[in-house]
Design a protein around this ligand. Structure first.
Ligand SMILES: [Fe+2]
Length: 160
């Protein structure tokens, strides 16, 4: 990956306002370890789902994002990922600790904590997963140790 840059502190407006406190990079070096991970994971993923019908169209992991959260970072407040992110969202937790939740809404109603230790891959549905239009609210807080996450997504806007 190339050097990280600070993410915008806020995204959206008014009721949809999301606060985030992270560094990120979304451009891959073509010859780096992350590029190898993308190729290998895409291959394993395709094999794993080949006999299932979870998705109505091929899943193409064409969007990458490396995120770094410093200790005591504010994390990211409840939000849903963009509608262009289809099918499935894969978050590889590389290092560090923070508490990750899904919830029914921005007010954290019925929040459920999701295990996300280093080595875990958190999978979240996107629109199109098993024919549904599911975009769960999710958030990250209580970062206690420098946290690195590599995200893989299918960005439909890059394919249309
Ligand atoms: Fe998100």
């Amino acid at each position: 990956m190339y050097p990280l840059r600070p993410a915008k502190n806020t995204v959206g407006t008014a009721y949809n306002l999301v606060h985030q406190d992270m560094l990120l990079q979304d451009q891959l070096k073509s010859d780096g370890a992350f590029a190898e991970l993308v190729v290998a994971f895409q291959q394993h993923f395709d094999e794993a789902i080949s006999e299932h019908s979870y998705f109505s169209a091929p899943v193409v992991f064409n969007d990458v994002m490396l995120q770094k959260y410093e200790p005591k970072s504010g994390g990211i407040t409840p939000h849903r990922d963009r509608t262009d992110y289809r099918h499935i969202i894969c978050l590889f937790v590389l290092e560090g600790f923070g508490r990750f939740y899904i919830a029914d809404d921005r007010n954290k109603t019925n929040a459920i904590e999701i295990a996300n230790l280093p080595g875990d891959v958190v999978l979240m549905p996107g629109p199109g997963f098993v024919g549904l239009n599911n975009r769960p609210f999710h958030y990250l807080e209580n970062i206690t140790q420098e946290r690195w996450v590599f995200g893989l997504r299918h960005d439909q806007s890059k394919l249309d």
